[in-house]
Design a binder for this molecule. Structure first.
Ligand code: ES4
Ligand code: ZN
Length: 323
């Protein structure tokens, strides 16, 4: 029997800039008087054929040029929350890349005010609670991350945590120790991308040097049985993104995705959408894709949805504030 409404879930691995659909990109480009190097939304979509993480990142950063004003960031967030609500998302911890905007001359306050304002207002309207996770670009110097962290300090009241993203291989986590220490001291939660394209050693380093509470992706952890045993023992959440892994060729096909093995190992795995405008789907689209391609039971799907709430930075001991 077809499911009429999607399973309630938390989205824990979503880059807000990765929700920029071609139609909105063209709207914002026109509004800001920016020329895009593609004649139509269709032509832009046709460019979404990636060979690895870097080939995606090149387009992802280039298209951000259309995001300039507080209203642009608010519109981006509002459009995402509308899609998320349709997909059964009840809680979303949303990444953003401040350096990708400040490097273009957009003040960090413009970015955060736009995103946080819309998350509060539109999230409330859709019944979605959420938070913002400020990510640092690991292919930029650690000093830049520290400067960005300090520039964001006045906004820590609307920031849940910090993360680490962008090109992974050749950029191990340890260089960012200082900013993670400052984040912990400031009471911010800590996550990092690791084991997407990079080796299991980066996952260990993120845990041991950065003190992260979740690993984003983490699929390459499976190459290291001792690491798997530790992740199971400590129930470290792994925010896995199946459609992303296939589109960026970290995994050869959905049918070959290690998600069933990860569940069987007892890892606290969740299913997420990463950059849904680029990779072919939002949260429930990822659930539907793995349901169609992999031998998952209904109980597995409920485990994945339950894990998303257990892995969220919700205060499990406190009653949730009613909206
Ligand atoms: C990203 Cl898929 C992925 N990996 C690393 N960094 C990213 N930033 C946006 N999407
Ligand atoms: Zn990601």
């Amino acid at each position: 029997m077809p499911r009429t409404s999607p399973l309630p879930k938390a989205e824990l691995h979503l880059h807000i800039e990765g929700t920029l659909e071609p139609e909105l990109a063209f709207t914002l480009a026109a509004r800001n008087g920016i020329a895009l190097p593609y004649p139509t939304t269709q032509a832009l979509r046709q460019a979404y054929s990636f060979t690895d993480l870097q080939s995606f990142l090149d387009l992802y950063y280039a298209l951000m040029a259309v995001l300039r004003t507080e209203r642009d960031f608010a519109d981006l967030m509002a459009a995402y929350l509308e899609r998320a609500a349709e997909q059964g998302v009840r809680h979303a911890e949303i990444f953003f890349d401040p350096q990708a905007h400040t490097a273009r001359g957009v003040p960090i306050g413009t970015v955060i005010d736009g995103l946080a304002g819309a998350l509060e207002k539109e999230g409330g309207r859709h019944g979605i609670s959420g938070g913002l996770i400020m990510c640092f670009l690991r292919d930029e110097p650690a000093e830049s991350a520290l400067e960005t962290f300090e520039a964001a300090r006045p906004y820590f009241g609307v920031i849940t945590g910090i993360g680490l993203d962008s090109a992974e291989v050749g950029h191990p986590p340890a260089a960012f120790r200082e900013v993670y220490e400052r984040a912990a001291a400031a009471g911010l939660r800590r996550v990092a991308h690791a084991g997407e394209e990079g080796p299991p050693a980066y996952v260990r380093e993120a845990l041991d040097v950065l003190g992260v509470e979740r690993i984003d992706h983490g699929i390459r952890s499976l190459e290291d049985p001792e690491l798997v045993a530790r992740l199971v023992r400590e129930q470290v959440p792994l925010t896995v993104c199946p459609l992303s892994n296939v589109r960026l060729r970290c995994v050869s096909s959905l049918a070959a995705h290690p998600l069933p093995r990860m569940l069987a190992e007892g890892l606290r795995v969740t299913v997420n959408s990463d950059d849904p405008a680029y990779f072919g789907g939002y949260a429930d689209d990822n659930f539907a894709a793995v349901r169609a391609a992999l031998p998952l039971t209904g109980e597995d799907e409920r485990t994945l949805a339950r894990n998303s709430f257990l892995a969220a930075f919700l205060d499990h001991d406190e009653p949730r504030r009613a909206r």
